[in-house]
Structure formats: structure tokens, C-alpha cells
Write a protein that binds this ligand. Structure first.
Ligand code: NAG
Length: 352
């Protein structure tokens, strides 16, 4: 009798220890996303912009072949990251009416395709500026507090993983297209201007309670099919100047991240640099099972995205898994998966 009693006690104790251990193992309750089309899961569907992707062939490899507003044939990196943390399989867009605060308790996306650090970038295609993404995030915090209570909301806010990914449009849709910024800034000054905005953004998020940040800089933007197509004098190779600009920007961003980590209490900001992995995919595609890097899957693969990437186009490829890029500006789901899998171990080691 006595032995059984002791055994039961031990069993309860061990179960308890295991439960506590499991609970502390995954202490990221939600994944919260800010940025541009690299991470947007459908916010642009609900705003007055021409930059949309909530129609086929976008999303043809997503669950149910559903075009969600992701600029991809399938999922984007935050979806894979959230899944790896055991949080949820796909991150819903804040403005998508199919979801509500109950869904957003475990993750929400405020990103908007076409946006940038610079206010002038979001103006180009009339999308959500970064400051407005923060306004939506504040609104979300209020809804979260009303939904789960002050204490639980504070825990979610401070323990969540915040993914930040933008910057490409500041250079490719703004600086190198319109004269306004070029008249005021050299490219080096413009990088500093953007990194300064990024720093203010991080400080703002920290003041609102965020602690675990992952900041992604630029991929080799000179290798996007659109940039190759327009690189006439470079024989349609990667635009080396743009890639250099991306590397310089990333270095400045990393310096800023190092600085804020030292200055802001309890902040843990990680530089989630995806330049090298994307560059490697482009440099040796067959190693990753790709066949085409220069052109995108959609239509001619040289300049089409958004509405120009039409379901009617007979040129669109059959198997997107053979392509590094889905449209002229965005990677395929397979590329997104490889890039996410490259970052996930670092993120798990830092934040779980
Ligand atoms: C961007 O616009 C917002 C809202 O008007 C403003 O508060 C912010 O200071 C602007 N940012 C920059 C860097 O000009």
C-alpha cells in the first residue's frame, strides 16, 4: 500500500516536472510580423492599391489553392517560422475580415506589400506606411488586452517573436526610380536615413513592450528577375551595383542592431540575414533542386507581378518548384522554405 502511494507521488511529481519543462521550452506564444511583400499575408487586399495578389495564379500551391494576398505561389517565411515554433501554420493578415482577435492571439501580420522604411516609398503605390503598421499594432494591443486580460496580454506582448522584413522597395521602387530622394541623398546617405528610421522603429516597438525581435535586411536585390531584365548593359546578369547596395545596407543595419541590444533593457534583437542563403541558391540552383534562376515562373518571368501576373497567361510555368522566383519580384514558396529553414535554427536557439 505504502509503496504504491510513493510510486503515485513520484509519478505526479515527474509529470509535473515534465509539464513545467515543456512549458518553459516553448515560450514564444505568438509571431507578429511587420514589413513588405516578403512577409505580407494579405493586408493589401483591403486597401486602395494596385499592388495586390489575391487572385490566381497566386496561391495556387497554398492550402486549397487559395490566393490569400501572399506574393507567392504558396507560403511566405513567417508561416514556416511560426510553424517551427509550434505557434500556428500560417500567419493571418490583420486586415483580413476572415480572422479576428481570437486568431491573432497566436500571431498576426501587419505587413504591406510595396512599403518601405521611407514614407515616400509607401506613397508610390499607396500602401500602408511603416508608421501606420505600428498604429495597427497599438490597436491590436488594445484588442488583445480586452480579449485575454491585462496580465496575459502583457505576457504575450513581451514573449512574442517579432519578425521585421523590409527595405527592398526603398531602393528599387523609390530611390532608383524617382529623382526626389537621389537629389537629397547619395545612396550611402539614403542607407543611413533608412537605418535611422529602422532604429526608431525598434525603439518604438521596445517602448510598446516588444522584446524578441528578428530583423531581416536585404537579399541580393540585383538578382530579382525584374532587375536582370532591365540590366541591358550587364547582359541580363545580376545588377552588381544593387547587390553591393544591399550588402552595405545590411552591414549598417547589423551595426544598429548591435547598438540597440546594448542600449535597450531586456531587448534581444537578432539580425536574420538572408542575403547569403538566397545568393547561394542563385549561384548554384541545382544543389537545391532548382532549374531556373534568371526568370520567374509567372508569365514571361521578366517583368510581371501583381495584376500583370495573370492566370490567363499560357507562359506561366507548370512546376514552380523548379523556379527560384515566382514573379519578377518575389521568390517561390520553395525558396521561401529554404530561406526560412536556414534562419529557423538561429531563431529557435535565440528565442525559444
Ligand atoms: C512619416 O510620417 C509619419 C506620419 O505623418 C511621421 O510621424 C513620421 O515622422 C514620418 N517619418 C519620417 C522619417 O519623416
Amino acid at each position: 500500500m505504502r509503496l504504491i502511494y510513493i510510486c503515485v507521488l513520484w509519478a505526479i511529481l515527474i509529470t509535473h516536472v515534465i509539464l513545467v519543462a515543456c512549458k518553459t521550452r516553448n515560450n514564444v506564444p505568438a509571431v507578429i510580423v511587420f514589413g513588405d511583400s516578403s512577409v505580407d499575408s494579405g493586408n493589401n487586399n483591403k486597401i486602395a492599391t494596385l499592388l495586390k495578389s489575391n487572385f490566381k495564379p497566386y496561391g495556387r500551391d497554398f492550402e486549397g489553392g487559395r490566393p490569400t494576398g501572399r506574393f507567392c505561389n504558396g507560403r511566405v517565411p513567417p508561416d514556416f517560422i511560426a510553424e517551427a515554433f509550434g505557434v500556428k501554420k500560417n500567419i493571418p493578415a490583420y486586415l483580413d475580415p476572415a480572422y479576428n482577435i481570437d486568431d491573432f492571439v497566436t500571431g498576426v501580420c501587419f505587413a504591406s506589400a510595396g512599403t518601405g522604411y521611407d514614407n515616400a516609398t509607401s506613397d508610390v503605390l499607396n500602401v500602408i506606411p511603416l508608421w501606420k503598421e505600428i498604429e495597427f499594432y497599438k490597436e491590436y494591443q488594445a484588442k488583445l488586452r480586452a480579449h485575454v486580460g491585462e496580465e496575459k496580454a502583457n505576457e504575450i506582448i513581451s514573449e512574442s517573436l517579432y519578425l521585421i522584413s523590409l527595405g527592398t522597395n526603398d531602393f528599387l521602387e523609390n530611390y532608383y526610380i524617382f529623382p526626389t530622394r537621389q537629389l537629397h541623398f547619395t545612396v550611402s546617405q539614403y542607407q543611413d536615413f533608412l537605418v535611422d528610421i529602422a532604429e526608431k522603429f525598434v525603439r518604438k516597438l521596445h517602448s510598446l513592450g516588444a522584446r524578441k525581435l528578428s530583423i531581416t535586411g536585404l537579399v541580393p536585390i540585383g538578382c530579382l528577375p525584374l532587375e536582370r531584365a532591365t540590366n541591358i548593359f550587364g547582359d541580363h546578369g545580376c545588377n552588381k551595383k544593387y547587390n553591393k547596395v544591399a550588402l552595405q545596407f545590411n552591414a549598417k543595419l547589423e551595426k544598429m542592431i548591435y547598438k540597440v541590444n546594448k542600449e535597450l533593457p531586456q531587448l534581444k534583437a537578432l539580425s536574420a540575414n538572408a542575403y547569403d542563403i538566397v545568393f547561394d541558391i542563385i549561384a548554384r540552383p541545382s544543389f537545391y533542386g532548382f532549374e531556373v534562376t534568371e526568370k520567374a515562373c509567372c508569365s514571361t518571368g521578366t517583368f510581371e507581378m501583381s495584376y500583370l501576373c495573370s492566370d490567363k497567361n499560357p507562359l506561366t510555368c507548370k512546376d514552380a518548384n523548379k523556379y527560384v522566383f515566382w514573379d519578377a519580384f518575389h521568390p517561390t514558396e520553395k525558396t521561401n522554405r529554404i530561406a526560412a529553414n536556414y534562419l529557423i535554427p538561429k531563431l529557435l536557439a535565440a528565442f525559444r
